[in-house]
Design a protein around this ligand. Sequence first.
Ligand SMILES: Nc1ncnc2c1ncn2[C@@H]1O[C@H](COP(=O)(O)OP(=O)(O)OP(=O)(O)O)[C@@H](O)[C@H]1O
Length: 230
Amino acid sequence: MILRVEDLFFGYGRDDVLAHISFEVAAGDYVGIIGANGSGKSTLLKCLAGLLTGYRGQILFDGQPRIGYLPQQSPEHRSQFPISVEEVTAMGILALKPHPRIYAREDKKRVEQILKEFGLWTVRKRRIGELSGGQQQRVHLARALVTNPQILMLDEPTNGLDPSFREEMFSILARWNAEAKTTILLVSHELNEVAKYAKTLLILHRTLQYFGPANQAESALKEVRKNEIF
Ligand SMILES: Nc1ncnc2c1ncn2[C@@H]1O[C@H](COP(=O)(O)OP(=O)(O)OP(=O)(O)O)[C@@H](O)[C@H]1O
């Protein structure tokens, strides 16, 4: 068990967006989080990533795992910030360091390694905003993975990407899950891909509708499809 959630409640205002959420994630699992628009998926992920406080209930990790987080981005929010691919990736490492944030030789090596792995080495000096949407998302993923996190949380990472980049994103995640044993929590609307790659499904609609093996989620998935919430 790497993560346990016990009777989680969260509301932005008076009404709860999440209620009575309890589940346990085993180390090395790949959890697909699905549900209708507004069902609380991003909110749940932000609570788990430590970005939202003020929830009730418990979110317990085994030890202090490094967490990689990829926020939701829409194509119209692509970065115009004048920062290079290499700098964005290095920020993944620097963000974890205490002040003063010294960029050591081994950090530079690690950044080089991940940029090469993600096919970004040749564009490392380019401003991130000059890249295609798919390439930008690859940079964000490299930034989230450069510290070898034990848990990777992603909020609709294929949003706005064309099918070839979508497929690439799903296979990169599957490879990290299989080889590096990275535990993955993925919010996605790509129901077919999630059902194909995730080992566990979490279906949310303010409360937990289903949490269990993806290959036994047939009737829960039928319900989701019947209600045309995708
Ligand atoms: N910062 C916020 N302040 C107030 N309400 C919010 C905020 N963020 C989300 N909400 C509300 O909380 C509810 C759940 O939103 P959330 O973004 O978690 O859903 P979601 O399942 O991720 O939706 P989508 O699939 O559309 O991304 C929605 O009713 C939304 O309007």
